[in-house]
Write a protein that binds this ligand. Structure first.
Ligand code: 0WE
Length: 274
């Protein structure tokens, strides 16, 4: 008798990233998109290093233990500091013997009081802060990672964006302008690094109730509406984003660079309704 057993996603991912080494920036807690990505890439057999912001050190070290006890190094890296970025990548280079296959950039920040009301009220310093952490940091990280990816014979850089960088989403404001800069940076970086076989892409995820997002008033009703009207009639899960990151890091996506892939239940095809 031939019993058909449905393959679990875990076995689906097995071995795709075997022998690949990468760095994930932006894990803060178990709701982080970066944590969902870490789980997909780990299941696919990748070796991982996590970087963290000082205030979440203990939590990130605990998560690293949870996913692969004793196998994941955690390194402090505040992306607003050139000195910390340089130090972190020196350490990464030592651990990985000068070679890296991929970088996952999954971080953003804007002042909470500028994620409500009118965009026109954005302060000069709030604009600069959002751009620095949410957009410039990708270029700064790419610059540090370039020699390690090059020595490897190429690699893949993946960042996270949101449709608020393409169109007006109520309250997204200064973050939308930062995501527009980030998505355009993906294109310029793809052109700079393409000759070295380094690819640069973004995933535009639908809203997910991360800890950062739960600080936004009205986020839950937004999430509920998407489950009602998106083509797939459901919300985006971190696992779906993780598996797209897995594809973008793997050799399966070798012909793709400078691209933004929407992982949003198809929401981006809709025109305004209601
Ligand atoms: O990119 C994001 C979240 C970015 C974010 C969130 C916060 C909240 C807490 C950046 N900085 C902060 N700063 C804080 O102090 N998303 C795509 C999630 C998100 O954020 C929104 C959204 C969605 C969706 C803000 C307004 C409207 C919709």
């Amino acid at each position: 008798m031939n019993i058909q057993i449905e393959e679990k996603p875990k076995t689906e991912r097995a071995g795709i990233l075997k022998g690949k080494k990468g760095v994930i920036l932006g894990i803060a807690n178990k709701w982080s998109i970066a944590w969902g990505i870490a789980n997909s890439l780990h299941e696919a057999g990748a070796e991982l290093i996590f970087t963290y912001q000082e205030r979440v050190k203990d939590r990130v070290e605990k998560l690293a233990e949870e996913i692969a006890s004793g196998q994941i190094s955690c390194i402090e890296c505040d992306v607003t500091s050139d000195e910390q970025l340089e130090k972190a990548f020196q350490e990464i280079s030592k651990i990985y013997d000068g070679k890296v296959d991929f970088i996952i950039h999954s971080l953003a920040f804007a002042n909470k009081d500028e994620l409500e009301g009118r965009y026109i009220d954005t302060s000069r310093s709030g604009f600069a802060l959002a751009q620095d952490i949410s957009a410039y940091s990708l270029a700064a990280v790419a610059k540090q990672a370039e020699p390690l990816l090059e020595k490897n014979g190429g690699g893949s850089i993946v960042t996270l964006t949101y449709i608020g960088g393409e169109r007006v989403v109520k309250n997204y404001n200064v973050m939308g302008v930062a995501k527009a800069a980030l998505e355009c940076s993906v294109k310029y970086l793809a052109n700079d690094l393409g000759p070295k076989n380094i690819r640069v892409n973004a995933i535009s995820a639908g809203p997910i109730k991360t800890l950062a997002a739960s600080a936004i008033s009205g986020i839950q009703s937004m999430i509920n509406e998407i489950a009602q009207i998106s083509p797939l009639r459901r919300n985006t899960e971190t696992e779906e984003v993780g598996d797209t990151a897995l594809f973008l890091v793997s050799n399966l996506s070798r012909g793709i660079t400078g691209e933004v892939i929407h992982v949003d239940s198809g929401f981006h095809v809709l025109a305004a309704m209601k």
